[in-house]
Write a protein that binds this ligand. Structure first.
Ligand code: E4P
Length: 221
């Protein structure tokens, strides 16, 4: 199991990485827009305050343009920057080229099993199926995750399923149960993973009993 944070917010990144269980960061242009910073500044800050891989999405459409965008992204840190590329024919061609050079890639905006197949053939490290966007369009996301995992296993494919686009915990847990090896989630959902009112209630009761024990011990002296 791997957990990535889908954000470019530095406070969120600092707080989540402090716990020590987050594997890396994923971003896309929509996420960068929220920061009101240039992509360059966001990348510098994310690299500084996170650990592990930082996946940045390309915005070019043509293969040559994607490759020159990749070159400039890798200049920030060629060990920690990974490249997220949408699954178009030019994007898949770029993923093949990058994977041949051992550069980490995520094939993104995956909605079908066939897109997962071409991404794996190109040697993508991960595919990112968009769960909430599928479900909003009445696509059976869970069945697609199961199908992809099954095809990858039957063919000894190393590409991992990094499920993305979530609105709630139930979606995250369903994809993990269906076989996704990784998820990338918002900071809000990351925090929600820890919370439960019964846990809170139990901790409060333990605290009360601990205080009571100490009071009793004090009074008995
Ligand atoms: C991550 O890789 C995706 O870009 C992202 O999770 C899409 O999520 P959204 O559907 O919430 O925008």
């Amino acid at each position: 199991m791997e957990l990535y944070l889908d954000t470019a917010d530095i406070d969120e990144i600092k707080s989540a990485f402090n716990i020590g269980i987050v594997k890396g960061v994923t971003t896309n242009p929509t996420i960068l827009l929220k920061t009101r910073k240039s992509r360059e500044n966001s990348i510098r800050d994310i690299l500084k305050y996170s650990k592990g891989m930082v996946y940045v999405q390309t915005v070019s459409e043509k293969y040559e343009d994607i490759m020159s965008e990749v070159q400039s992204l890798l200049e920030f840190d060629n060990k920690r920057i990974g490249i997220k590329i949408p699954v178009t024919p030019d994007g898949i061609k770029a993923i093949k080229e990058l994977s041949d050079k051992s550069i980490k890639t995520i094939a993104t905006a995956v909605f079908t099993t066939s897109q997962a197949v071409v991404s794996a053939l190109a040697g993508a490290d991960y595919i990112a199926p968009y769960i909430n966007r599928m479900e909003q369009n009445e696509i059976d996301a869970i069945n697609i995750i199961k199908e992809i995992r099954n095809i990858y296993e039957m063919n000894n494919i190393e590409t991992k399923i990094l499920a993305a686009s979530f609105r709630n915990m139930e979606q995250i847990m369903r994809v993990i149960k269906a076989g996704a090896q990784a998820v990338t989630i918002s900071y809000e959902l990351f925090c929600e993973m820890f919370n439960n009112y019964l846990t809170e209630k139990s901790i409060n009761k333990f605290k009360e009993d601990w205080d009571e024990l100490n009071d009793k011990l004090k009074n008995s002296f």
